[in-house]
Design a protein around this ligand. Sequence first.
Ligand SMILES: O=C(O)c1cc(=O)[nH]c(=O)n1[C@@H]1O[C@H](COP(=O)(O)O)[C@@H](O)[C@H]1O
Length: 246
Amino acid sequence: MTTNQMTLANPKRVRLVDHADVVRLTAVQNPLTNLVVRLAIVPGLVRPGIAHWDVKTRLPLHPLSNENAYGDPQLLHDLAVPGEAFAHRLGVDVIVGAETGGIPLATAVALAGDLPFAFVRKPGYVGHEDHEPRVRGAAVAGQRVLLVDDAVSSGKALEAFADELQSEGANLVGVFVLVDMRDVATSVAPITITLPIESIATYLEVLTAATDHGILDPATHQLAVDALVNHWPNDDPRWTLLNHAA
Ligand SMILES: O=C(O)c1cc(=O)[nH]c(=O)n1[C@@H]1O[C@H](COP(=O)(O)O)[C@@H](O)[C@H]1O
């Protein structure tokens, strides 16, 4: 037996499996790991192109098109399951979708939990009228609400959504997102520390799964993680290396 082989302890049918098989079996058995991979391999969600990290726009090296995850109804349904479990644990009364990327996921969570649904408009969006209600759908006053968005990074949007909900008298008790990008944020708002936040994956987990599945080149991925985690300054000479690797 080679070192990367293991014996499965089944007295009736003992068989040798490769380590790679064990990894695959583990992935299938752990629904969240499986969801991270399913999210990362959604066509177009992780784009291999390189864009410089920009502190002002928070643009990551590999921008994520999270909305692409909503293209597959089975995936959308499955992504909502951990959100519904979280809502259940928190004793939530209303699911609130954050305009715009959070709305489809929030709808799926509300349907999974048979809970009322509302959405909160993104503060400052062009085209909003001042007299329009900021929160639409189910009444949220006095209710325990779960805010659902596609991503959280600096938490600035979350702060603004929380203010809107508070002004409507809602009790915001938690946040559920597809991708938690705080792992590469330069700073985070205090609300992201005090409020319970659950996600399907962190940003770096998505990139790693995309690399493992051939979407990103491993050498580029390694450089990109270094740039993000160590916050390379804009004049760092290694950007040239990264551009060449892309
Ligand atoms: O539409 C956006 O605002 C948006 C664009 C984008 O490219 N990436 C992105 O994360 N967002 C939103 O920005 C918010 C997360 O960023 P922070 O405010 O930095 O936490 C979420 O509401 C996202 O839907």
